[in-house]
Design a protein around this ligand. Sequence first.
Ligand code: TTP
Ligand code: CA
Length: 350
Amino acid sequence: MKVKKIIHFDMDYFYAQVEQRDNPSLIGKPVGVGSDNPRRGVLCTCNYEARKFGVKGAMPTFIALKKCPQLILIKPAFKKYKEASETIFNIFKQYTNLVQGISLDEAYLDVSHITDRYASRVAKEIQEKVKRETGLTGSVGVSYNKLLAKIGSEMNKPYGYCVLPPDRISERIKNFPVEWISGVGKVTTEKMHRQGIKTFGDLQMKTKLDLINDFGNFGPKLFNYSRGIDHREVEPHRERKSLSVERTFSENYYEEKKLEPWLRECFNEMALRLDVFDSKLIKNIFIKIKYADFSQTTIERAMSEFTFENFLNLFQERFQVKPEAVRLIGTGVKFYSHRPKQLMLPCVAT
Ligand code: TTP
Ligand code: CA
């Protein structure tokens, strides 16, 4: 089988870097991008200076400020991020048609057809071109599959560059932590740690059957991934099926009146994100409610008009059924399939 050449590209602290580029007085200071409402807001992301204090994307603003009181908060300006995103995706497309966008700032590129130079050379060229044309840095990983290309792009961030060639790969990745595997999130990581599985090497010691017993359908993938085997293709037209925004509260709320402003905040953020895309492609709208007892409910309706009132009605309908203490609320939309466009990651609160 012919060895593929895959590049994973991911911009560094994307929203925060754009803000820093446009206001150089922020350079060297801890910066967070997100809602500046210290009681209710959530961060989309932050720069590396802020990360030194333990601040992270998706963290409630009040926690971020506790960890780093001198954090400079900036409201997101999605239009600027979308512009930078378009520039980088145009650069990617100068190299290959096989570009799979994962979010505004992240993509896989299959450059197997470029045979006159190494994929590592192509990756460097792209990285430099992105820097020249946007003034922003991104990190690249180069390998022969998606799993390893993505790991490579994360290894030396920011402005990182890493090539993982196939020779002796399962040996060389033995000490990588399990959480670097695509699809291994917080819950799976914790489950693995409880079983003493911390690294790719630990997974390599398990049989496929062990992994199926413990992790179900994900088992065979884990068996392969831990050995650096990944057959997933770069899928240029893969679509995102939905977009949602949610908020977790620092205290529980019982009253509809108190919940309404939060619902509006979710709606507004979603509207901001959607104007970038084509809101005519929305099929359904939905509301998510998580109660203090951690039970969760969603209600979904065919889209008539994208208005706050429609979301509010839907919320009221569901909340009347169980008017109890709420810890999280969310609004979302589902799209018709065959959308040609890219979607960004929601700025989630959980
Ligand atoms: P990420 O690539 O996850 O993060 P990042 O680019 O800020 O930082 P890193 O250097 O670690 O790659 O997300 C890209 C952008 O998407 C980020 O700048 C802000 C936005 N985003 C949200 O709005 N909400 C989220 O929950 C996440 C994870 C990202
Ligand atoms: Ca990024």
